[in-house]
Design a protein around this ligand. Structure first.
Ligand code: PLP
Length: 432
């Protein structure tokens, strides 16, 4: 399968190039040049397949020609090491729990698939791959855990000292092995600048095989389509029209759902639900895409003012507004609405939503019709947002064992200044 850039349809690259580059040289996003629906017999018998089987079928349909089947199967198995169960929380409304991975958020799926593919490409060449990742918290932990112990890869996580939560910091500073954490005396923007400068530095470029694990990498998007299929396989009544509500920030998750639909998954409608960072809901009103500065909310993984996957989503509809609007409805919710939803669901059935899932749930409450089945994506474990969840539901929640384990680990990081010279001179020792 070749991939084109959303900024230039005649710029085509292989899967390997698309994955190693992340972003196209023209700043466009890579998209598969063909999306072929899966067979009717696959959908008819889907409930007989395991999550891994489903992932392998979907991945093979997209990129099966780009690597040996046994390798792809191994990478899918490495990606899907945990379940994504469907839990009924209201009449015809289900939560799709995507938080059973090592860092308790759906980003584990994308990070693990990317690490599998990069590990495969690293084995084909004589140099190790060095992954540089700047993080404000969650991406660093998903990437570090996804690449932990993947042969011939080294990961350097740069994060702003004192500006990530304890839980987040423990998730990428306690692993060791092929993961190194750099604690930068500066802001997240400084971390990002250091990474960007490293990619432009000719000395480093000649010496090392540097790449990023950026969230716009097509390898992070592909596995996110797997769980839409797997959710469908779990629905008791597959005859009813199906609606997915996706709490969205950069719109990768929603784009992966649309990809699943284009591959034949019978999805009636998507609800693109956001917090007050409502650039996309506004686009659906005005047809004008106008990025803004982000504002802080309780669903902070969705505090995005310039959603990076927007053009990918639009591209899947040939940049035709009417076609997009036929499949996707958009809405946004305030923090107080999200908190009430968390409380109401907890009181009515004992289910604890996290603030992101809460927005997905509200999207269904607003738009789901009678006789439709609604599924909202529960993108993170509520314990990752313990304070705001406990305050909302007026009750205490327990940390899962996995988080407890991280919390008892010993933090190991290297403090550096925000000067590129310091970073550059330190790098060889880190990845030797
Ligand atoms: C990243 C993230 C989101 C937003 O997903 P996008 O694919 O960027 O729209 C939602 N919830 C949680 C918990 C996240 O970490």
């Amino acid at each position: 399968m070749n991939f084109y850039s959303t900024n230039n349809y005649s710029h085509r690259v292989s899967l390997k190039e698309a994955v190693l580059q992340g972003l196209a040289p023209d700043q466009g996003l890579y998209m598969p040049e063909q999306i072929i629906p899966l067979s009717k017999s696959f959908f008819d018998s889907i409930s007989n397949f395991s999550f891994q089987d489903i992932g392998f079928k979907v991945a093979s349909q997209l990129i099966g020609g780009d690597l040996p089947a046994a390798e792809l199967e191994r990478i899918v198995a490495h990606t899907i090491q945990f379940d994504a169960p469907l839990v009924e929380v209201d009449k015809n409304i289900y939560a799709l729990e995507l938080f059973h991975g090592p860092t308790l958020a759906f980003k584990d799926f994308g990070a693990r698939f990317l690490s599998g593919l990069l590990g495969y490409f690293a084995n084909q060449q004589d140099r190790e791959i060095v992954i540089l990742v700047a993080t404000s918290g969650d991406t660093g932990s998903a990437v570090a855990n996804g690449f932990y112990n993947v042969p011939r890869t080294k990961v350097v996580v740069l994060y702003p000292s004192g500006k990530v939560s304890d839980i987040q910091e423990k998730q990428f500073t306690t692993l060791g092995g092929n993961i190194t954490a750099l604690e930068v005396d500066g802001t997240f923007d400084d971390c990002q600048r250091l990474v960007k400068q490293a990619f432009l530095d000719l000395d480093l470029k000649n010496k090392y095989f540097l790449t990023s694990a950026n969230s716009i990498n097509i390898a992070r998007l592909i596995p996110q389509s797997f769980y839409y299929f797997n959710a469908y396989a779990q629905i008791p009544d597959r005859e009813m029209p199906l609606v997915f509500s996706v709490p969205s920030g950069n719109f990768g998750n929603l784009t992966a759902g649309i990809l699943a639909k284009k591959m034949g998954l019978p999805i009636q409608k998507f609800i693109a639900a956001t917090n007050l960072n409502k650039v996309v809901p506004e686009f659906f009103e005005s047809k004008i895409f106008e990025p803004k500065s982000s504002i802080s909310t309780i669903s902070n993984a969705m505090d995005v003012g310039n959603p990076s996957n927007f053009f990918r989503m639009y591209d899947l509809y040939g940049n035709d507004f009417e076609a997009l609007a036929k499949d996707v409805t958009s809405c946004y919710f305030r923090d107080d609405e999200t908190k009430s939803a968390m409380l109401n669901v907890y009181n009515s059935c004992g289910y604890v939503m996290d603030p992101h899932g809460g927005i997905g749930f509200l999207g269904l409450k607003k738009h789901l019709k009678k006789n439709e089945t609604g599924i909202f994506l529960e993108t993170a474990h509520p314990a990752k947002f313990k304070d705001v969840v406990e305050e909302s539901i007026h009750d205490e929640i327990r940390l899962p064992a996995r988080l407890e384990e991280f919390m008892s680990g010993v933090k190991k990081s290297i403090k550096i200044s925000a000067q590129f010279g310091d970073f550059k001179s330190l790098l060889p020792a880190l990845i030797a």
